[in-house]
Write a protein that binds this ligand. Sequence first.
Ligand SMILES: [Zn+2]
Length: 371
Amino acid sequence: MLNALLAKQFQRKRMPMSYRRLSFKKILLVIMSIIVLASFQGCGRGTSPEKPVDVIEEANNNETEENEDDETETAPLKPKFTCPMDGEGIDEMPVRPVAVTIDNYKGARPQSGLDKADLVYEVPVEGGITRYLAIFFHGKTDIIGPVRSARPYLIDISREWNAVYIHAGQSPQAQTYFKNTSVAHINEMFHPSGFWRDKSRRAPHNLYSSTDNLWREIEKLGLDKNSVPEGFEFRNEGEALKGAAAAELLIPYSYGKVGYSYDAQTEEYKRFLNGNPYNDLTSGVQLSAANVIVQQVSVRAFDSEGRLEVDLIGEGKAWLFSEGRVQEGTWRKDTVTERTWFYDESGAQMRLKTGQTWIQLVPRKVQVSYK
Ligand SMILES: [Zn+2]
């Protein structure tokens, strides 16, 4: 990033210098070549007279340096980087991922801003419902929420990406976690700056923020430590996923049936809940995913509230749904701060389609089906 930045500055500084170096002769040559080029354009291709071509070549030889500068100014802008989380081309590498805990209680739906995240997890919590963890890296949104409280395994996922973890309150177990472990996080209950309540919705399902607001607070708190995560592998353009056809996917969580239906036009899976399109509240757009990963996990209720323990370290079964096909495989994670890796049956890393990925953490007892 630094190199690219320096190169850019260098380019800007170089321009006036190279103009200064232009002698009268060179300027004359440039003018001549412009005239010749203009008249040349009037000729049909292949009928170019010999003389002007010579002049153009001479002008080019003499003006190589200036022309190179011109080219860098007018060439179509190619993205400089690839986002490690979604494979999109980006001009600037972001500083650090931000992981936002999103409420999925009935009164919290529909949510705002999930469609703008780089990556979204759906994770079981107590009471048969789930919570989302929306990870923003190059993704930006003016509104994200409703924001809810922390659970230890949500903190674990955030740490796997070395993200700044965003939440409003926490379970007693999460409180112990924060006490014992150094975690980069912002708790709205102690740091309300940057968050707001939407009074038209019932608390606690009405707390929002934006990526700009969160970044302002992250910088204030000195959490803007540069951390570019090691991302997924992505398929090349035109490279098909090997696997059986799978246009429909159904995950019958206790709170409702999450469905994905492949749309060959957009080459993405559209998201449904109990057969109804799952739309973003703010954009009105139906949520969709270029890739859906089903990660089968062991889940245990352990306290009087039915709060869960979710095993994220170890290995288990995984399925990748992408471009209307499914690939069976496994997931593996060795330590809490290491990434969860997804492998196909040959043991190679699953390769994703460029775009947003949804990772569905699904308890073993939930029977996922697809066709
Ligand atoms: Zn991205």
